[in-house]
Design a protein around this ligand. Sequence first.
Ligand code: 4NP
Length: 157
Amino acid sequence: MKILMVCLGNICRSPLAEGILHDKARAAGLDWEIDSAGTNGYHNGEAPHHLSQKVARGNGLDISHQRSRKFTAADFQKFDRIYAMDANVVEDLRSIAGRQFDSSKVDFLLNEVHPGEDREVPDPWYGPEPGYHEVYRLIEEAADKIIAKYAQPHEQK
Ligand code: 4NP
């Protein structure tokens, strides 16, 4: 599986999503490729926000090596699943990818926990630290669902 996590800046939410899912996949013995990107490119080349790094570190994860990059249409060729943090991100994916947009690969991340409800991972960028803890909790719940879903042995027919 090749999975891409996408938010707006690729410095707060999707770096946590990449780090959390990467760690859980590794722990489950899954050889998955996990990456993240942002739709606005404002923070290209930057490390994750210091509060995302701090909250990750408090949970035993080091995400300091990650660098922000902008989502590109070619990501639709490269990845099997593309998870968006909110509705703005889905709209941005659509406009950036143009004809390469493939709705079968895209979903709201939290639809893994609440199918079809299109719930959003709130943007913690303008707020204080508790928002980053809440983001971590929401993403971790979704990551557990993704692992459980794809790690199950396929049923014999
Ligand atoms: P993120 O948060 O999408 O979770 O990385 C944001 C970070 C920066 C900006 C927007 C959202 N920004 O516009 O600079």
